[in-house]
Each structure stands twice: as structure tokens, then as C-alpha cells.
Ligand binder design. Sequence first.
Ligand code: SF4
Length: 400
Amino acid sequence: GQCVLVCPTGALGERDEIDKALDYICDPDITTVVQFAPAVRVAFGEEFGMPAGTNVEGHVIAACRKIGVDIVLDTNFAADVVIMEEGTELLGRLKEGRKPTFTSCCPAWINFAETHYPDILPLLSSTKSPQQVLSTIAKTYLPEKQDIAADKIRVISIMPCIAKKDEAARPQLGEAGKQDTDVVLTTREFARLLRREGIDLKTIKPSSFDNPYMSEYSGAAAIFGTTGGVMEAAVRTIYSVVNGKELDKVELTQLRGFEGVREATVDLGGPIGAVKVAMVHGLGDTRKLVEMVRSGEADYDFIEVMACPGGCVDGGGSLRSKKAYLPLAMARRETIYNVDRKTNVRQSHKNMQVQALYRDFLQAPNSEKAHHLLHTHYEDRRKDLRHTVKEIWDNLSMSS
Ligand code: SF4
């Protein structure tokens, strides 16, 4: 990092994640990498009084550079990699007749499954989330491509999500006690950091990504930020893998909507044929759907789960309005769909930087190397739940 503004390190007694991020940015021996999630660019402008759904991707990049971040990467790039890994995994399972497969990119959903329904954990995709995929690749692939010492890299991620902090701290997602993602800032915290550094997002001149290895993204990655987006992105790529050609119509409107649970049948063609998919958002509806899968009442091949109603565009780390929930989420999601429409490449497998990553580094989706770096495992954590309930009880009895 190279601090270009007054560094507050040491000036404050209270240490929090913002200080930790700034410490890295200000340390000349450290190479700081920032990544930000698909949903951040459409929800963050509101923190600075911009209208809901304003696309501030370029503003965020410029702000990161202004505070001294060395490399600005896009979590969207990793979303494309996730589709390559998860899509291949799903296809393999479909061929074996194993179903359903649940998506794994929402950590609040993973926590919920581990603490409430550990019997379904084998059904979850083993692919890491985009946040974790990006951090891992930034610390392995990037040092091979650019002249940076891997152990000097620190990844700071800006997320619309509080659960991403827990995810980053999972022991499965780091090596030798070191986290792959070093600091997670929610969009709210990032806004505080910028204000503290005297930066107004509204007046900053937007910039663009410049990393030649890990910043390009497809329209499919952009829509990860909204409910149904991961499913749509996956279908675009799986269809192409199965049929050797692209879908005629890439916008799968039957997968879009705002109902708590949506289901659809998608014809993947070839030997796979029609598959039944479901998209659920909000943990209340998720519980109902999981119960139906466990009882055999629901018969799906692929299920996308997002814990926050609306998906990450209305994530727990962003500005939220109880009264205006739907209009805000709709405006943010519309911008995301527009980003998809405007990108030249709308399928993850057509992202040239993703193709280079596989050609030069990972070999193939689900290769041994890809498995080692980009997949994870889950644990039965019912005991944590009991522990938490006990703690709550103890606290209650102590205060009474
Ligand atoms: Fe985080 Fe919510 Fe998105 Fe899940 S849906 S990844 S909890 S913001």
C-alpha cells in the first residue's frame, strides 16, 4: 500500500475493520487488493445521496485509487469463475442423477444449512463464493502474472453483506491460520472510511478497471447481485457446454421475479434435457423449501438460495428501508439488468480473462488444481446453535 492521504493509524484508540483496512493500505511493504461485489456498484451511491440504482462502479474504483489501494479487482470476475466451477459440478451431478444441487455463494445460507439442516450439506455445491474465489486467485495466480510477493498481498473486500465477514473467517477458507480474504468492509463501513478520508463519491471523477488478469466480467456475473441471477448465469453457460452453441435468448425472464420462491423448467437440450430449477430468497421461504426437499415433496435439480429478500442488492450491509424496500431493490436490480444488456460478453465462459486463467493456470474447470484452490467443504454445526441458545439463556439469567 502507499498512503496518499493522512493516515489515521495510531491516532485512534478504537480499532475496527476500517482501521485494519487503512493500516494495510498505508503499509508500503504490503500490496493491497480491493474487490467489490456485483451489488455494491448499484447500492453504494445512495450512501452519498445519489439516486437509488445509480451505477457507481467507476466512482468506487476512483475512490479506492485515491486512498492508495494498489490493485482494484472485480468480484464480478470471480462470479464468472464460480459459474465455470459450479456449472461443471452441476452437470456432473445431473449426469449421475444426483439432485438437487444448492448454490453456495451466500454465506448466511451456508450458516443456516450447517446449523439447522446438516443432513443436506452433501447437496450443496462445493464451489467457494465469488469473494473467496477472488481472494484465492489474487494470492496465487496474480503473483505468477505480476511481480508481487504472494505473502505481501492483503485482500480487502467491500460487500453488501455482514455474513461475508464470518465467511472470510472460516477456517476452511485460508492456509495456516491466515485468511484468504483479510478484511471485509460492509458498504456502510466503506462509506464511513471514505468520509473519514474526506472523499465525496458524488464529486469524484469515475475511473475504470485496469488489471489485465482479473477485472473483466460478463453480463452473467453482473446479475449475480439479484435473486435468480446465479441461476440465470449458470443456465447460460451450461446450455452452451451441453449444446456447443449459445442460447438464442440469453435473458431468461422466467427466472426473474420477486416472489419468495420461484420455480421454472429449463430445457438444457442434449442428453440433459429439461431440468426443474427453483430460486428462493429470504430465510423463511428457504426453510419451507428445504423442508419440502427433505420430505420428498419438492423435486428440483438445481436450487439457488439467497438469504436476503431480493438477494444481495438488498443485502444486510447496505442501506435498507423497510418502507421503501421494493422500490429501492427494484431500482438497483434494474441497473444490474442494464449492465448485463450493455456488456459485449454475456456468458461467463466467454470472458477472455477467465479463459486465460484456465489456459495458463487452472487447466480446466474442476481440475485437481481448481478443486484444491476453488472448492471447500461444510460442517455440521448444530452444536454452535445449541451453544448460542445456551449463551442467550445464560445471559438472560444473569441479567434477571
Ligand atoms: Fe450476503 Fe444477503 Fe447476499 Fe447472502 S443474500 S450473500 S447474506 S447480501
